[in-house]
Design a protein. Structure first.
Length: 689
């Protein structure tokens, strides 16, 4: 998808949340009154009201039903500037080093008064994304005042939807923004407050009439332009500063991120210097709503390069699972291999419920499943070691093979040593190891967002809405409708287990071996075979995804051989043999599970899972056999390929293989040794069809 598509996707998601917010109704005004109560003292406001004439002049215009659009905007702008000039901000160590810049931005039939700022919370980047040319001020946006007038059919839904593009643009251009608040000035001199964060939309149900209590309006304006970064929605633990030379010229802008240890509130946070001025990774489909996972490349004081992951996760009282930090801690304590190692982590850096003033009341009273107002998300911050790039970036088939082996072995170690099931196998969650990585670390599993603890062989219920659709198993997709109701009665039968994750690894193999050619030509649509229907694998409808995968998984040996015959010469014969063995294993497992679910099997699901060690040994054995065959071939010897595919001559090169594709035997090591040297690079990198 192009960036513009992701931009529209975020707008669509946020519009859906607006609709949900309007359907359930707005919040009580008392919450927001408490939120902004400390912005100015009543005596200071009284002093201002006794000296200004602009408030009354502005309200006279706003309350005039015949007032024109430009008059409404000019009057509002005059009042805002007057308030901001009367109540100066403290510049030292705060978000803004000077007074906010205020100007009007016209959009269609409405005007927006844009308030921008500067200071250590701003990254200092140029505007990027779909709005770069029309709204270059988005990286510096502090808040926005939306002007409604008589011809725009003002309503809560319409007003909030008009704010959405600005919210999406602000979140996209301000990676450290936790929330953003805006106000809408509406006919008859009223205003509405709106709050947007990763957990949804809040707004005031009843519009407040400014003349009835102008102090509330003044406090809201001051709150939306506060000098405290956390008051206006920024992450105060990430700051930026300019590095200048002796002449005062700015050389560069550098960032700093603070990370506190989980549970040690009195321990001083650790400082890390950010490399660059933007995250090196950000989930494009959820930057304005949902998880907004992003990664920063950092350096600690000793010069060690590390990776910091920020993401939002569900943190509802008694209803959510453990945060990702806990799983990384468990993996570290149990010396799990092949899974990213955490250096430091915090599980609740910020919580959305505290943005909405629930921090001032007894939170537990509101933590009820039926109450839509207490959905809570928490921001976690995890520091891990740095590994290689995505497995998609492998340079040679052997590098892919080593990474794949160690990722599967890492999954085994995570489950058997750590008691954790990953639950989200996909190509994006497998990284190549560091250069010259040791055995067990040539491929690394990341992202434990969907992970669960497995105790006494009890696995979680299948959940088709969690994980990566394209790599979910047939069983997870086919039982998701029944799982919620049936799981209570039969936890063993309707559960997501390690076999579902291993099926995900099979789809990882399918993503590469039948589809990568190693050249820039001879592209095949969807892998060149109806068995590989990636479009429907990722279909939002689990039924469609399940049907598409069944065509591959349930294929007979003869039908599957047709697919194997299309595999590029980029992959040597041992890869084809390994892939065929994986298919046969997964096909048998899926069939066995279906018999158990249908009540036609002599064994139970528990008995099937009791073979967990044997299952891992079998699948890892297929990969090890491939390694050994490749290593032996490179040394001038030959190992027989067991269960070789029909039509593949294991004693000779494949008929179409070019002699230019031979590898330097001195550059290949034994399968049991670490990958000390990378095989010689081909003339072109592996390319996806």
């Amino acid at each position: 998808m192009a960036m513009s598509d992701f931009y529209q996707l975020n707008i669509q998601k946020l519009n859906n949340w607006v609709d949900d917010a309007v359907n359930r109704g707005g919040s009580e005004q008392s919450y927001w009154v408490r939120t902004f109560a400390s912005m100015a003292t009543d005596s200071k406001i009284k002093q201002y009201l006794n000296t200004t004439t602009k408030l009354d002049n502005t309200l006279t215009v706003l309350e005039n039903p015949a007032a024109e659009r430009t008059a409404l905007t000019d009057a509002t702008l005059t009042l805002l500037e007057d308030v901001l000039n009367y109540f100066p901000k403290e510049p030292l160590g705060k978000i803004r080093q000077k007074q906010p810049f205020v100007y009007v931005y016209a959009s269609g039939n409405n005007d927006e008064i844009v308030i921008t700022g500067d200071g250590p919370q701003y990254q200092g980047n140029s505007c990027i994304g779909e709005s770069a040319s029309t709204m270059p001020w988005l990286p510096e946006l502090l808040t926005l005042v939306h002007i409604e007038h008589k011809d725009t059919s003002p309503s809560a839904k319409n007003t909030l939807r008009r704010m959405v593009p600005y919210v999406v643009g602000a979140f996209f251009n301000q990676a450290t923004r936790n929330f953003i608040r805006m106000i809408s000035i509406e006919p008859a001199g009223t205003f509405r407050l709106a709050h947007f964060d990763r957990n949804g939309v809040w707004y005031t149900e009843k519009m407040h009439k400014i003349r009835d209590d102008p102090g509330i309006f003044i406090k809201v304006v001051l709150g939306l332009t506060s000098s405290d970064p956390e008051h206006v929605g920024f992450d105060s633990r990430i700051t930026w500063k300019d590095i200048t030379n002796s002449q005062g010229e700015i050389l560069r802008r550098v960032g700093n991120i603070k990370v506190a240890e989980r549970g040690y509130y009195r321990k001083r946070p650790v400082d890390y210097r950010i490399i660059g001025r933007a995250p090196v990774y950000r989930e494009r489909s959820s930057w304005a709503v949902g998880r907004d996972t992003m990664g920063w490349l950092v350096v600690n004081k000793s010069g060690r390069k590390l990776f910091v992951k920020d993401s939002w996760h569900c943190a509802r009282f008694r209803l959510s699972g453990p945060p990702e930090v806990r799983f990384f801690e468990t993996a570290k304590e149990n010396k799990v291999v092949g899974v990213a190692r955490m250096v430091q982590g915090s599980e609740k850096v910020y919580q959305t419920m505290l943005f909405r003033d629930f921090g001032r009341v007894n939170v537990s009273e509101h933590m009820l499943n039926w109450n839509p107002y207490i959905d809570n998300m928490a921001k976690s911050r995890i520091v891990t070691e740095v590994y290689g790039s995505s497995i998609r970036e492998f340079k040679t088939p052997r590098q892919f093979l080593y990474a794949f082996h160690d990722a599967v072995n890492g999954h085994r170690s995570l489950l058997l040593d750590g008691g954790i099931l990953h639950c989200d196998i996909s190509v994006k969650n497998i990284l190549l190891g560091q250069p010259n990585a040791k055995v067990n670390w040539r491929g690394v599993l990341i992202d434990l967002d969907c992970a669960v603890y497995v105790e006494d062989g009890v696995y979680p219920p299948t959940e088709a809405n969690q994980g990566t659709r394209s790599f979910q198993s047939v069983t997870v997709l086919s039982t998701q409708i029944k799982s919620i109701d049936y799981y209570i009665a039969n936890k063993d039968k309707y559960a997501h287990d390690y076999l579902d994750d291993l099926e995900g690894f099979f789809y990882v193999l399918t993503y590469f071996i039948p589809r990568y050619t190693g050249t820039n030509n001879a592209h095949r649509q969807n892998g060149g075979h109806p068995f590989i229907d990636l479009m429907n694998w990722g279909n939002a409808d689990p039924v469609m995804s399940c049907k598409a995968k069944k065509r591959l998984v349930n294929a007979s040996d003869a039908d599957f051989q047709v697919l194997l015959d299309t595999v590029s010469d980029y992959w040597d014969a041992p890869f084809v043999v390994m892939y065929k063995k994986w298919h046969g294993f997964i096909r048998d497992i899926v069939a066995s599970k279906q018999k158990i679910l249908d009540g036609k099997s002599d064994i139970t699901m528990v008995q099937l899972r009791d073979q967990v060690k044997e299952h891992y040994e079998t699948l890892l054995g297929f990969v090890s056999e491939c390694m050994a065959s490749l290593a032996a071939s490179a040394k001038g010897t030959r190992l027989p390929l067991k269960e070789a595919p029909i039509g593949v001559d294991v004693d000779a090169p494949r008929a179409t293989r070019s002699t230019t594709r031979k590898r330097d035997m001195e550059e290949v090591e034994d399968a049991e040794e670490q990958l000390a040297q990378q095989p010689r690079r081909r003339s072109s990198k592996a390319k996806l069809n």
